[in-house]
Design a protein around this ligand. Structure first.
Ligand SMILES: [Zn+2]
Length: 258
């Protein structure tokens, strides 16, 4: 009877040990499993859009299901124009062509990108795809569609999410990738998101940004994420941020740096 208890205790200790190492190394496990899971989701998105028309450029595959060559020309132009600028900043060039899906119907974007019902965003990054609304849907008719799409459109922002996700292998909080994307918009197009917003007493803590991002005032949370990244670059240079991304991709915890 005594030996049986010993075995039980050893098994119990073994389970505790296994659980604690799983928690300790969960980031490492995540970065190994993530690319495969992402690939599955990516294939599913391609399947959902299998009947779409395709336009291929040097670095992008654009899928769309409406007839408007001028819009697809513009998406192709913006994608290629910012490709080198953004890739050079990160010294990272995706191995495969990036899939961009353009919708004229916001409902399809919401459905294919698995978004909550409500106001559709201009663009979404999901599983190595950039899914955007046609600028015809959101650029006011009295404005120059090309100028607005090139300078305030979603391409730089969503392409940055793709690069961050690739390098850090999914191991980052939401605030960090949003801050990175807004910072890229700022340096590539000069667009300073939420400029002039005043924080008053509402400046959030890093804990709030990390654990409660989606429940915060979104304008302020995005602006603050942008400010944190911008300050980091001003103090340590972009190289440091790039280094952090690669460390995250090896399973390092972001708390080490922020
Ligand atoms: Zn974003």
């Amino acid at each position: 009877m005594k030996t049986r208890w010993n075995v039980k205790i050893i098994i119990f200790i073994g389970i505790i040990f296994l659980l604690s190492s799983l928690i300790e190394y969960k980031n490492v496990l995540k970065v190994y499993a993530y690319p495969t899971l992402k690939k599955v989701q990516h294939e599913l998105i391609l399947f959902k859009t299998r009947d779409y028309q395709v336009r291929e450029t040097d670095h992008f595959i654009i899928r769309y299901d409406f007839d408007d060559d001028a819009v697809i020309d513009l998406v192709a132009k913006a994608s290629e124009e910012y490709y080198h600028q953004v890739c050079d900043t990160f010294s990272y060039y995706p191995k495969e062509k990036t899939v961009v899906i353009v919708y004229e119907d916001p409902e399809k974007l919401i459905k294919n990108a698995s978004l909550k019902k409500g106001e559709p965003p201009m663009g979404v990054y999901l599983a190595s795809t950039i899914q955007i609304l046609s600028p015809n849907v959101w650029v006011p008719k009295d404005q120059d569609i090309e100028h607005v799409f090139m300078n305030e459109g979603p391409m730089v922002h969503e392409f940055t999410h793709l690069i961050v996700d690739d390098i850090a292998k999914g191991n980052y909080p939401l605030w960090f990738t949003e801050g990175m994307a807004l910072y890229q918009e700022y340096i590539q197009t000069g667009y300073s998101w939420g400029e002039g917003l005043s924080f008053d007493e509402k400046e959030y803590t890093m804990e709030q940004l990390k654990y409660d991002f989606e429940n915060l005032d979104q304008m302020l949370a995005y602006r603050m994420s942008f400010e944190v990244v911008k300050e980091m670059v001003q103090e340590n240079g972009f190289e440091k941020l790039n280094h952090i991304l690669y460390e995250l991709g090896k399973g390092e915890k972001i708390e080490k740096y922020f």
